[in-house]
Design a protein around this ligand. Structure first.
Ligand code: MLC
Ligand code: AMP
Length: 467
């Protein structure tokens, strides 16, 4: 069987090279290969076959790395799951992905699915998947409320990461401090797999905290919230950031103000790039040349990017082939461009600026939240006739979720708000509304369709309350 180029390149890194530090222990590329082989052997022993889907719901750590390496070695398709998800959030994903096994620290979320704790036992190397095989199936918050499965292939990853690394001059001697959760495209594909492809080194942390970076770190990838939270330390101890050759921001817009403040404090301009789970990275600012704050740069090599009626559209080798198992042909134009649903415009130098969203999506701390999904959960609360969800600007998380509620009169306002908060506990933290407002009616168009963008503008929300 032909090995995907990604794997051949991963296997070609000198076994003695440092690859990963976790909890103060260094692991070489040789160690990671052994870990992958051992895990693949264990997966095969418990009945996983090449091509099977294995869900991985783990927080950052060696178990998560072992699970991915094991699936890579065996040729199993990973289904990364958000470690913060609750039972009702994992259920539709499990239904659609139908994994043969879930590797998780929270088996109680999967009453009807075979689960296992994190792996790790010696056995021979397994099989390899072909180059165009799907390597991961990621679920992204759909605007309809149900998460959509995005099959990512080895080829998408290799094309995109090569283009990105060429743009960023990422080299094997670079050291990435990885604090992003490794179940979204940003942390998993760009962070973990980007480094493994390049032969670079990862210092893996459980989560982001605004602390001084490890002195060896040369690279950092973050969502805008990370930079905002870091600013006070950057201003107080800029020397702590001297080791960074590159700081990258993405997953949501980094305001020019924050980027300028980072520059003023550290002398370094954050490089902003733009992408999606469906497309991996679409555009990026340059490493050399002008990094323009408030823009997401120019198309990556191989990507054709256009703006049609204000919407960014992209075609190229790192764009996925369609949602699975529920295809949505309307996601693509007749000539094969993927419709991002993001509103963009080109500046005079050909840099793209993301100016809004045409899709109903709230992005909280870099995490996509579907208003429809939140509405569906809140509508179950006693006392609610109907509910509309929108995003409100937030200084820390860029946006937070807010809900406008029409009461049905069966309970008091206080009882309904308590029931809403209780219902929201079925959702992971970032999806829970921070603000509620009781309204007489929701804004709708002439056809009765909910106008979520108008909620944010027309409804007066009381100050934030505990989630
Ligand atoms: C935290 N919570 C999450 C979550 N992270 N819920 C869903 N998804 C997540 N990723 C929940 C916790 O369980 C908790 O719930 C509550 O939110 C508060 O948790 P916290 O850890 O105190 O939150 P905080 O420190 O405020 O975390 C915010 C954050 C973090 C911004 C630091 O969310 C984060 O690291 N975000 C990065 C997201 C990311 O990687 N996005 C990339 C998407 S890929 P409870 O129940 O305990 O209250 C993509 C493509 C691209 O967009 O272009 O990159
Ligand atoms: P996801 O589906 O989690 O991969 O999120 C993709 C979405 O994140 C995009 O469609 C954009 O709306 C948003 N996004 C990613 N990067 C940026 C950026 N640099 N600026 C603005 N929005 C971004």
């Amino acid at each position: 069987m032909v090995r995907p180029a990604f794997l051949s390149r991963f296997l070609a890194h000198a076994p003695s090279r440092l690859a990963l530090r976790w909890e103060g222990v260094d692991h070489t590329y040789g160690d990671l290969r052994a870990l992958g082989e051992a895990t693949a052997g264990w997966l095969a022993e418990v009945g996983v076959r090449p091509g099977d889907r294995v869900a991985i719901q783990l927080e950052n750590g060696l178990d998560l790395v072992a699970a991915h390496l094991g699936c890579m070695a065996l040729g199993a398709v990973r289904v990364p799951m958000n470690a913060h998800y609750r039972a009702a959030e994992v259920a539709p994903i499990v239904e659609d992905a139908a994994p043969v096994l879930v590797l998780t620290g929270t088996p109680e979320l999967y009453p009807h699915t075979r689960t296992a704790p994190a792996p790790g036992r010696a056995a021979p190397l397994g099989h390899w998947a072909g180059p165009d095989d799907i390597t991961a199936l990621l679920f992204t918050s759909g605007t309809t409320g149900r998460p959509k499965g995005v099959p990512q292939t080895w080829a998408m990853w290799t094309h995109n990461l090569d283009a990105l690394h060429a743009r960023w001059h990422l080299a094997p001697d670079d050291v990435l401090w990885l604090t992003l959760p490794c179940f979204h495209t940003h942390g998993l594909v760009l962070g973990l797999h980007g480094a493994l492809l390049r032969g670079a080194r990862v210092l893996l942390s459980e989560r982001f905290d605004p602390i001084p970076p490890p002195p060896e770190a040369t690279h950092f990838y973050g969502v805008p919230t990370y930079y905002r939270r870091w600013l006070p330390l950057m201003q107080e101890s800029p020397a702590a950031f001297r080791g960074f050759r590159l700081m990258v921001s993405g997953s949501d817009g980094l305001s020019a103000e924050v980027n300028d403040a980072v520059l003023a404090a550290t002398g370094k301009r954050v490089l902003e790039r733009y992408g999606m789970t469906e497309t991996v990275m679409i555009t990026s600012n340059p490493y050399e040349g002008e990094r323009k704050a408030g823009t997401v740069g120019t198309p990556l090599e191989g990507n054709e990017v256009r703006v049609v009626e204000g919407e960014v559209q992209v075609r190229g080798p790192s764009v996925f082939g369609g949602y699975w198992p529920r295809p949505d042909p309307s996601a693509f134009t007749a000539d094969g461009f993927f419709r991002t649903g993001d509103a963009g415009e080109w500046d005079e130098d050909g840099y793209l600026r993301i100016v809004g969203r045409k899709k109903d999506l709230v992005i909280v701390g870099g995490v996509n939240v579907s208003p429809a999904e939140v509405e569906h959960v809140l509508a179950q609360a006693a006392g609610v006739r109907e509910v509309g969800v929108c995003g409100l600007p937030d200084a820390d998380l860029n946006e937070v979720v807010a809900a406008a509620v029409v009461l049905d009169g069966s309970c008091s306002v206080e009882q309904t708000l308590a029931a809403l908060r209780e219902a929201a506990r079925g959702l992971s933290g970032l999806k829970r509304p921070r603000r509620y407002a009781v309204v007489e009616a929701l804004p709708r168009n002439a056809l009765g369709k909910l106008q979520r963008a108008r909620i944010a503008v027309e409804v007066v929300f009381p100050p934030p309350s505990p989630s």
